[in-house]
Structures are given as structure tokens and as C-alpha cells.
Design a protein around this ligand. Structure first.
Ligand SMILES: Cc1cc2nc3c(=O)[nH]c(=O)nc-3n(C[C@H](O)[C@H](O)[C@H](O)COP(=O)(O)O)c2cc1C
Length: 203
């Protein structure tokens, strides 16, 4: 799919607010696609650039950009998976090896690294912004017609795995967003009842 995006607004340009029913319809049926059902084609280089540019527009208290992206194209992802498999095998951890299927199968991954700055803005808020980046990547990928899945398996938390990825000690992996073309449409999952999660503060 070709990308037809408006240019990023110039600094200080007024942003028109208007209803976008298509976005509402999209959100009403948005769905992750299981990583192990993702195949090629993957987003193109232009599309990856657009996905990252869209994701980088998330709310960000203090304008700190407390996150960064690591693109894992098919070749890099295979090499990363091999390093993780070697690590898991050295530990005799067959379960960890099996978990790598979600990393190995999709044709593309984008790791979102939460990279909090030393700043008066609480670290929690900076991490929330990284979560928003992950969500926006999912939305934008699906809007481009791709399937995407937010995954944090053991290799998002393991210190040796994080070092292989290139995350520093103060950083955390907010998520691996795996992307590709859905081999089969995802099926709707159970959803919570929003009413059961909502109260009104009455003082
Ligand atoms: C922070 C985070 C980490 C997740 N990690 C995993 C994971 O490691 N493995 C997995 O199967 N699903 C994981 N999920 C769940 C899926 O990404 C997805 O949200 C879930 O399948 C529900 O689908 P939906 O996005 O269509 O609601 C994670 C979700 C979040 C928010």
C-alpha cells in the first residue's frame, strides 16, 4: 500500500479539529494479529519511516522524547533470534527457546525502548509515553493494512538479552512490535465491559 500522509505540520501551525468517523470505525474493530500468523510482505522502508514518524507524535510530558526505536529487519531479527537462542540453550532453557517463535516468524520487528531522561517529569510518565508509542505503532500498522503484535517475552526483561539488543542499564524494552501481513484474519477476542470498569466520582 502506498502512503498518502499529510506533511508534518510546521511548528506553531494551527491543527484543525474535526470529526473523523473513519478513525472511530477503525478503533471500534482494531485488533492485534498473532505474531506467529505474520508473514511477508512487511512494511516497506518508506512505510517504516512513516510508522515511526506517526508513533513519535504521542503525548510526551516535557517534550523529552523518552523513547527510541530499534528496527529489526528480517536479517537482523534472525541474527538477534540466534543470539537469544544461543543464550537460552546455554542456560538449558527449552521454554525460552520455544518462546522465540513469536520473534522469528514475523518479517519485521520494531523494538520500542523506554529511555527515561533524568528530569523533573516523573519516570512513570515517561514510561507511559513509551507505551503510547507502542499503541500508536499498532494502530498505524493496521491502518496501513498490516498486522501487528506487541510482545514482551523474556527477552524484553532479561539483562543479557537487553544488552544484545543494545539497551543500556537505565533503559527498558517497552515492547517488540512485530509486523507483517496477516496469514489469516485475527478473530475477535473477549473484551471487557467498559461499564464494569467505570465509576463516577461523586465527592
Ligand atoms: C505491554 C504488553 C506486553 C505484551 N506482551 C505479550 C507477550 O509477550 N505475548 C503475548 O502473547 N501477548 C502479549 N501482549 C498482548 C498482545 O499484544 C495483545 O494486546 C493481545 O493479544 C490482545 O489483542 P488486542 O490488541 O487485539 O486487544 C502484550 C500486551 C502488552 C500491552
Amino acid at each position: 500500500m502506498s502512503i498518502d500522509l499529510p506533511a508534518a505540520p510546521a511548528f506553531g501551525a494551527p491543527i484543525e479539529l474535526h470529526p473523523t468517523p473513519e478513525v472511530l470505525r477503525f478503533l471500534a474493530t482494531r485488533r492485534s494479529t498473532s505474531a506467529v500468523t505474520l508473514t511477508g510482505p512487511a512494511p516497506t522502508e518508506d512505510e517504516i519511516e512513516a510508522l515511526i514518524a506517526l508513533a513519535a507524535r504521542v503525548p510526551d510530558h516535557g517534550k523529552l522524547s523518552p523513547w527510541r526505536f530499534v528496527i529489526l529487519d528480517a536479517r537482523a531479527k534472525a541474527a538477534f533470534a540466534q543470539r537469544l537462542e544461543d543464550l537460552a540453550n546455554a542456560r538449558g532453557d527449552a521454554r525460552a527457546v520455544a518462546k522465540l517463535a513469536k520473534l522469528k516468524t514475523p518479517p519485521l520487528g520494531i523494538a520500542v525502548i523506554s529511555s527515561p531522561r533524568a528530569h523533573e517529569i516523573p519516570e512513570w510518565e515517561q514510561q507511559l509515553s513509551a507505551g503510547a508509542v507502542c499503541t500508536t505503532l499498532l494502530y498505524a500498522a493496521q491502518a496501513l493494512g498490516y498486522g501487528a503484535n506487541w510482545i514482551t517475552d523474556w527477552y524484553a526483561y532479561d539483562s543479557e538479552a537487553k544488552a544484545i539488543l543494545g539497551a543500556s542499564a537505565g533503559e527498558q524494552v517497552a515492547g517488540f512490535i512485530f509486523l507483517g501481513t496477516a496469514k489469516e484474519p485475527p478473530l475477535e477476542r473477549e473484551r471487557p465491559d467498559p461499564k464494569a470498569l467505570t465509576t463516577r466520582w461523586v465527592g
